[in-house]
Structures are given as structure tokens and as C-alpha cells.
Design a protein around this ligand. Structure first.
Ligand SMILES: Nc1ncnc2c1ncn2[C@@H]1O[C@H](COP(=O)(O)OP(=O)(O)O)[C@@H](O)[C@H]1O
Ligand SMILES: [Mg+2]
Length: 310
């Protein structure tokens, strides 16, 4: 098959691994830099041009690895690949949902999946009441579009919470406020979902003096055995957002597992390093199974382009 890795930096571990894994399985792999694409969106013949003038030959499948900074453009390019009937290992609509933490949590709620108590408000006039809703300090304030732990702040007192929330608001940042799960002691679970399976999981432990378990903030990955309930929650969460590949972050609270967020381009380095599994190979395998199947039903515009239903 002709498979594209649609990303920004070919030297990143995850991108390199996907290119290698596809080639090892006999596919024609091409790295496509999102920023180098431009499009002709004329009816009948949607084209993607590449810097220098080349018109890209349609791909059988595309693996998007879209950085938040380039999401808007990345999703437009991905939609163009979809219009050319490429199988997308995560479609643009699902990626858009996952990028917005609030929208993700609302989708999870619609499927009765447990999350930490969370509040969201527009006006600073509602700050005090929102703090009350989530049970008061200590609490966590999060930027809706933050990643890698940046934009997640712990406020230890109500006064501090109020100042942080109002400061973010005055910068016009969209934030949500969440109950702090202290008993997790800086650990969470990263469950790597492909299709309807958790193919690997690890526990991430925050660096000393830190409550955020993100690997980018010095967190470390450890082997872990997750429960059947956690497995079920991770798969249901990915499905609620419509993602085929997802990194579902779950925190273990005293009242059971709760989903923190869902990543549409989960990193491979930490999880492959911790578990020794060939996750990139499993992603290619998923494409082999599903893209071929989709090819048989040719002719139709993919549902993702026209519908927002998960
Ligand atoms: N409500 C919470 N209670 C305790 N720890 C939390 C809570 N929310 C987030 N964290 C910690 O902060 C980390 C980053 O939060 P997350 O919502 O995943 O944002 P990001 O997208 O920046 O990774 C989590 O992995 C977890 O370790
Ligand atoms: Mg996270």
C-alpha cells in the first residue's frame, strides 16, 4: 500500500518508527510535512500539491500526527486526503474533538464514563461558584488546548484558585477547573488504544515535587497491569471521541478510575520503551486490515467528511 505519515518533523521517534514499521511490512512509505502541502479544493478532482510543485498521487492510507500548533491547517490537509478516499488512521473530526479537553469530557459524559468533577465558565463573576461546584481547593486549572502538562496548574487554596482562574480569563484563555485527585500521588495510566483494544499501557509517575505525570515534564514510564474495568473504559473513551488510535489517560481515584484526557497522536517512545512492544507495527497492521476493507466499498465520500457523529 501507499501510506503517508502526515506530520511536521521526520526526525521524531514516533514518526521514524512509523516509517520504519511500514517499510518493514512492505509498504511504500512517504513522509509528508503538513506545512509543505497546499491544496486545490475544486470539485471532482481534489488535489494536494507539495512544495516545489509536485502533485501528490493519492495515498491508500494516511497516518496523521498533527501538532497542536498546526491543528487547523493539519486538519484541512487531512480532510483533503479524505476527499481523495485515503483511509485516515484518525480522521480530522475526531482529532478536533480530542484537541478540545472540554468537548472530550462532554462526549465522555454522554457515554457515562467517569471523569473528575469539572467546571467551566465564561465570566469571572462565576469563578467563586465554579470553585464550589468542584468541591473547593485544592483544585486543578487547565487550559482547554494545553498539552504535555503545560497549562495544567494546581491551586492549593481557594484564594489562589480564584487568582489563577481570573488571570487566565484576563488573558482570554479558555480554561476548566477540576477536582484534584490527590490520592493518585502524581501517577496516572497511559492506555494505548488501537481499534477496540488496549494494545499497551504504562503507569506514568511524576518527577519529584511534581503532580503532573507527563513524560515531557520528567515523568517516568513503568510497567503496570491494568484492570479489565480500566481496559473497558479506555476503549469506550476512544470510541466516544471517534478515534481509531488514542492515548487515553486515566487517573486512579479513591472512587475508581477516571479519564483525564484523550490524545489523538500519542507518543510511541515512552510506551514502546516501557513495554517493549512494537506499537508502530500494530498501527500499520490496523491499516492493513481496515484500509483494504474500505477499498472494496469504494466510491462513497467517507462519513467523517460529512458527519460529526462519533
Ligand atoms: N484532576 C487531576 N488531579 C490530579 N492530577 C491531575 C489532574 N488532572 C491532571 N493531572 C495530572 O496532570 C497531568 C497533565 O494533565 P492532562 O489533563 O493530561 O493535560 P495535558 O494535556 O497537558 O497532558 C496528568 O497526566 C496528571 O498526572
Ligand atoms: Mg495528558
Amino acid at each position: 500500500m501507499r501510506i503517508a505519515v502526515l506530520a511536521s518533523d521526520p526526525s521524531l521517534y514516533s514518526n521514524k518508527r512509523l516509517m520504519e514499521a511500514g517499510a518493514a511490512r512492505g509498504h511504500e512509505m512517504t513522509f509528508i510535512a503538513i506545512g509543505n502541502c497546499y491544496m486545490d479544493i475544486t470539485a471532482q478532482k481534489p488535489e494536494i500539491h507539495y512544495r516545489g510543485g509536485e502533485i501528490l498521487k493519492p495515498f491508500d492510507a494516511v497516518i496523521p500526527r498533527v501538532r497542536p500548533a498546526i491543528t487547523f491547517y493539519g486538519m484541512a490537509v487531512l480532510r483533503q486526503f479524505e476527499l481523495q478516499k485515503a483511509y485516515c488512521l484518525n480522521g480530522p473530526i475526531a482529532i478536533g474533538r480530542a484537541q478540545d479537553k472540554l468537548r472530550t469530557l462532554q462526549l465522555l459524559c454522554s457515554k457515562n464514563i467517569e471523569i473528575p468533577r469539572t467546571g467551566f465558565a465564561h465570566s469571572p463573576l462565576d469563578t467563586k461558584d465554579m470553585i464550589k461546584i468542584v468541591g473547593g481547593a485544592p483544585l486543578v486549572v487547565k487550559l482547554l488546548e494545553g498539552t504535555q502538562g503545560r497549562g495544567v496548574v494546581l491551586a492549593e487554596t481557594n484564594k489562589a484558585a480564584e487568582s489563577v482562574i481570573n488571570a487566565f480569563k484576563s488573558l482570554k484563555a479558555d480554561i476548566m477547573v477540576q477536582e484534584f485527585i490527590a490520592e493518585a500521588k502524581g501517577a496516572d495510566l497511559r492506555c494505548f488504544v488501537i481499534g477496540d483494544k488496549v494494545v499497551a499501557s504504562m503507569e506514568r509517575r511524576a518527577a519529584k515535587g511534581e503532580f503532573r505525570a507527563n513524560i515531557h515534564l520528567g515523568g517516568t514510564g513503568h510497567k503496570v497491569k491494568i484492570t479489565p474495568q480500566e481496559r473497558k473504559i479506555a476503549v469506550a473513551s476512544a470510541k466516544a471521541v471517534g478515534l481509531k488510535v488514542a492515548g487515553v489517560d486515566i487517573i486512579r481515584s479513591s472512587t475508581g478510575p477516571k479519564v483525564l484526557e484523550i490524545n489523538s497522536s500519542p507518543g510511541l517512545e515512552g510506551v514502546e520503551g516501557t513495554t517493549g512492544k512494537d506499537i508502530a507495527g500494530l498501527m500499520i497492521e490496523h491499516i492493513e486490515k481496515h484500509a483494504m476493507h474500505k477499498k472494496k466499498a469504494k466510491g462513497k465520500v467517507p462519513l467523517e467528511v460529512v458527519s460529526d457523529n462519533p
